[in-house]
Design a protein around this ligand. Structure first.
Ligand code: ADP
Ligand code: MG
Length: 677
C-alpha cells in the first residue's frame, strides 16, 4: 500500500516525464500526493434550472434537448460559428460556439444535454455563448475543479486522478483506526478519496470532506503535541514560585486583577515540573507589558537571563525604554539589540549578552541571529506574536536550555484557533482594562467633512493633546487616493506651525526611531503615519486619531489602530473617513463596539480568515482541505480526539502506526519536527 502512495507520478498512466514536472509544481510528485490534491471547487451539474427562471448574472446549468442544428456557418473573417438550439420543455435557448469544429459532431439532434454558461436574454429570446456541456445521460454529478497550472488543465488533472483512483486496492488500509472512525462518524479513507474527487451529489461530498478535514486537523494537532512533548520533560529553570511582591512595588500603578492572575499563572508555570508554555492574550492597552516585566523580574532574580523579541524596531525600542526605566533601578541590566546598531555596537551588546552582563535582552529578530548567544537564557518572550513564525520563535528558544516561553498577542483569536496556531499551550486572558480609561468615541464621516474633523483635531491640540493622522501608503496615484506626500502637504497646510512627524514602513529604522521618539516625547504634536503605528506604540497623551480611507482596512486592523489612543485617561476620539458606500455597514458595526473579540468575529465573517489568521506566518504546514474558521466545530472535535489519543498512549498501539507515520511525514516536510515550539 505504502508503495502506491510513494509511486512516482510519472509512472501513472497518461502522465509522462514532461507532465510529471507540472504535477510536481502543483505539489504532487507522487500518486499519493495526487490523491490528496483536492479539488478547490466543484461545478454542480446535479440541479439544472428552468431556462426561463435561471438568473442572468452568473454561470448556470440548464437542461435541454437539441431541437435545431447543430449547423455551421463561416462568418466574415473566417470564423467558424456553430449554432444549435435546445428546448427544456418550456423555453428554447440559442447556443453559439466559436471556432470549434468538433461541436457539430458532439451535439446530436433529439438528445438531451446539460449546458453550463451565462444566459442572456433579449425579449423572449434566451441565448448562451460557448457553454460547457455534457450528455444528460452521462452527467457527472459534481465536477471537480482543480488548481490548474500553465500547461495542465483542471480536466487533465481530473483524468490523472481517475487513473490514480483505479489503482487503489478494493480493501485499502485506512490511516485512522476503525474504532476512532466509528466514534467520530467518519467514512473510510478509500470512500473519502473516491468521493472527494468524484462526488455524485452534495451529500457524498460532505461525508468525504468531513472525514478528510478531521484527519487533517487530527494529524496537525498530534504533530504539535509531539513537538511540545519534546519540551515537556524537565524544567531546567525552576523558579521559587513566589509571587513577585517586590516587583509590584516598582510599578507606578496598581496591577489589574487580570494582570495579577496572569503573573501568578506564569510564576506557577515557571516553578512547575516542565517549562512554561503560555500565551497571554489581551486586547490593546490591557497591559501585557507589565505581565512580561513581572516574569522577567522573576527570571532575573532566579539567576537566568530573559529575552524579549518584538516584530518591529519601533516596538522593540519602546519596550526597551519602558522596561529599562522600570527594571534598571531594581538592578536588572537591560540591552537593546536591533538591526540599526552599528556593527561595533552590535558586537559590544552581543559580548555583554554572552558574558551574562545583560540580564534582559530586548530586540527584533536580530536576537535570533546566529552570532547571539546567552550565558543562561531561562525565559523567552515574544510580543505581538502573530507576526512571528513557529520557526523564529523556536530559533530564539534554542539559545537556551528549554527556556520558559511566553507569547503575548493582541489578536483576540478564539481558544481553539490559538491552540492550533501556537500548539497545545496554556492561555491567560487579560480581560480587564486598567482603570481610568475613557472609552474611545468613534465617528464615521465622508471625505467632504474632513475640514470639520481637522477643526476638531486642532481644538484637541490646543488642549495640549497629540494626535495621529493615518493615511494608507500609496505611492503611485491610485484613482481617488492621496499619496502620503500629498497628504502630508494637505496636513501642513491645515495645521500651519504645528510640529509634526511622518512615519511609514519604507523609512530607515533610525529615521523611524527618531520620528517616533520625537512624537512620544511631545516635540511633535501630530504623527502622520501609515499603519506602522498599528503595532504596540504607546503615547498616552495622544487622544485623537483620524483614519483616512478607512474602507481599506479590516476591522481588526482598525481596532489595533484605534487602540493607540484612549490610553492616558483623556477623552479620546477616533474619526474614520470612509469613501465607499460598500463599507458603511461594516464600519458602523466597528463604531458601535470596542470589544476586540466581537470585532474579530465580524471581520472573519465579512472578510474570511485570510489576512486575520495567515497560518503560513505561523510556520505551520499548509492545510490542504480544512478551513480554520469554516470547520471550527470539526477542529474542536479533532482537538479533543488528539488529546485522548495522545495522552492515553494509544498512539503507540499498532493500529495507530499509519497515523503516527502521517504525523511524522507532515512535519518532516516543513522541517517543523526538528524545532521545539
Ligand atoms: P498592551 O497590552 O497593548 O501591550 P501596554 O502594556 O502597552 O498594553 O499598556 C498600555 C498602557 O497602560 C501603558 O501605558 C501602561 O503603562 C499602562 N498600564 C498597564 N497596566 C496598568 C494598570 N494596571 N494600571 C494603569 N495603567 C496601566
Ligand atoms: Mg504591547
Amino acid at each position: 500500500m505504502a508503495s502506491l502512495f510513494e509511486l512516482d507520478i510519472a509512472k501513472l498512466r497518461g502522465v509522462g516525464e514532461k507532465r510529471a514536472k507540472l504535477f510536481q509544481k502543483l505539489g504532487a510528485p507522487t500518486v499519493g500526493d495526487l490523491l490528496r490534491l483536492y479539488p478547490r471547487d466543484y461545478v454542480d451539474w446535479t440541479a439544472p434550472l428552468p431556462i426561463a427562471g435561471a438568473p442572468l448574472d452568473g454561470p448556470v446549468v440548464v437542461r435541454g434537448e437539441i431541437v435545431s442544428g447543430p449547423s455551421e456557418v463561416r462568418a466574415r473573417g473566417g470564423m467558424l460559428l456553430c449554432r444549435a438550439s435546445a428546448w427544456d420543455g418550456e423555453t428554447e435557448v440559442q447556443l453559439t460556439f466559436f471556432n470549434n469544429r468538433f461541436i457539430s459532431q458532439m451535439l446530436r439532434p433529439g438528445e438531451a444535454y446539460l449546458f453550463r454558461g451565462r444566459l442572456t436574454r433579449s425579449g423572449e429570446r434566451w441565448a448562451m455563448a460557448s457553454p460547457a456541456f455534457v450528455a444528460q445521460a452521462k452527467a457527472p454529478g459534481l465536477e471537480p475543479v482543480y488548481p490548474a497550472t500553465q500547461g495542465l488543465s483542471s480536466r487533465q488533472i481530473a483524468a490523472a486522478v481517475q487513473a490514480a483512483l483505479k489503482l487503489l486496492p478494493e480493501n485499502m488500509r485506512d490511516s485512522l483506526p476503525q474504532d476512532l472512525r466509528e466514534k467520530h462518524a467518519l467514512c473510510h479513507l478509500g470512500y473519502a478519496l473516491e468521493r472527494i474527487h468524484r462526488p455524485r451529489d452534495q451529500e457524498e461530498l460532505a461525508v468525504a470532506r468531513r472525514r478528510l478535514v478531521f484527519e487533517e486537523f487530527l494529524i496537525l494537532q498530534l504533530g504539535l503535541m509531539q513537538i511540545k512533548s519534546g519540551r515537556r520533560e524537565e524544567n531546567l529553570h525552576r523558579a521559587s514560585g513566589q509571587y513577585p511582591e517586590d516587583f509590584a512595588r516598582l510599578l507606578p500603578f496598581q496591577l489589574t486583577g487580570a494582570q495579577q492572575r496572569a503573573i501568578a499563572q506564569g510564576v506557577k508555570d515557571m516553578a512547575g515540573a516542565s517549562p512554561m508554555n503560555r500565551l497571554v492574550q489581551g486586547d490593546v492597552g490591557s497591559g501585557k507589558t507589565a505581565v512580561a516585566a513581572a516574569l522577567c523580574w522573576v527570571a532575573v532574580h532566579s539567576g537566568w537571563q530573559a529575552a524579549l523579541m518584538a516584530p518591529t524596531e519601533i516596538l522593540a525600542a519602546q519596550h526597551y525604554q519602558s522596561l529599562s526605566a522600570l527594571l534598571e533601578p531594581a538592578g536588572v541590566r537591560c540591552a537593546l539589540l536591533t538591526g540599526s546598531l552599528t556593527p561595533k555596537e552590535h558586537r559590544a551588546v552581543q559580548q555583554a549578552i554572552a558574558a551574562g552582563e545583560v540580564d534582559l535582552a530586548i530586540g527584533t529578530h536580530a536576537l535570533i541571529s546566529q552570532k547571539v548567544s546567552f550565558r543562561d537564557l531561562g525565559l523567552v518572550i515574544t510580543d505581538e506574536q502573530h507576526r512571528f513564525g513557529v520557526n523564529q520563535r523556536a530559533a530564539l528558544a534554542q539559545k537556551g536550555a528549554s527556556p520558559h516561553l511566553l507569547v503575548m498577542s493582541a489578536t483576540p483569536i478564539p481558544r481553539t484557533l490559538a491552540l492550533m496556531a501556537y500548539g497545545d499551550l496554556d492561555i491567560s486572558v487579560l480581560d480587564e482594562l486598567p482603570p481610568g480609561r475613557q472609552p474611545v468615541e468613534t465617528y464615521l464621516i465622508g471625505p467632504d467633512k474632513r475640514d470639520r474633523a481637522f477643526q476638531y483635531v486642532r481644538r484637541r491640540l490646543d488642549e495640549g493633546r497629540q494626535g495621529y493622522l493615518i493615511c494608507p501608503l500609496i505611492t503611485e496615484g491610485e484613482t481617488g487616493m492621496m499619496s502620503l506626500d500629498q497628504y502630508e502637504a494637505l496636513v501642513r497646510k491645515a495645521f500651519p506651525g504645528v510640529p509634526l512627524e511622518v512615519l511609514h514602513g519604507k523609512m530607515k529604522p533610525a529615521q523611524k526611531d527618531r520620528a517616533m521618539e520625537n512624537f512620544a516625547q511631545g516635540g511633535a504634536r501630530l504623527l502622520v503615519a501609515t499603519t506602522v503605528v498599528e503595532v504596540g506604540v504607546d503615547v498616552p497623551n495622544a487622544a485623537v486619531m483620524v483614519i483616512e480611507n478607512a474602507e481599506r482596512y479590516g476591522l481588526s486592523q482598525l481596532h489595533q489602530l484605534r487602540g493607540r489612543i484612549g490610553r492616558g485617561g483623556h477623552k479620546s476620539a477616533c474619526i474614520l473617513i470612509n469613501s465607499s458606500p460598500e463599507t458603511l455597514e461594516r464600519l458602523r458595526l466597528f463604531k458601535s463596539t470596542t470589544d476586540g473579540f466581537a470585532i474579530a468575529d465580524a471581520d472573519l465573517k465579512l472578510r474570511g480568515p485570510g489576512d486575520f489568521f495567515g497560518q503560513r506566518q505561523h510556520g505551520l504546514p499548509p492545510l490542504k482541505i480544512a478551513g480554520m474558521w469554516m470547520d471550527m466545530e470539526l477542529l474542536r472535535e479533532a482537538q479533543k480526539c488528539a488529546r485522548r489519543v495522545f495522552y492515553s498512549g494509544a498512539l503507540e498501539d499498532g493500529e495507530y502506526r499509519a497515523l503516527r507515520a502521517e504525523t511524522r511525514r507532515l512535519f518532516e516536510k516543513t522541517g517543523g519536527a526538528r524545532v521545539a515550539l
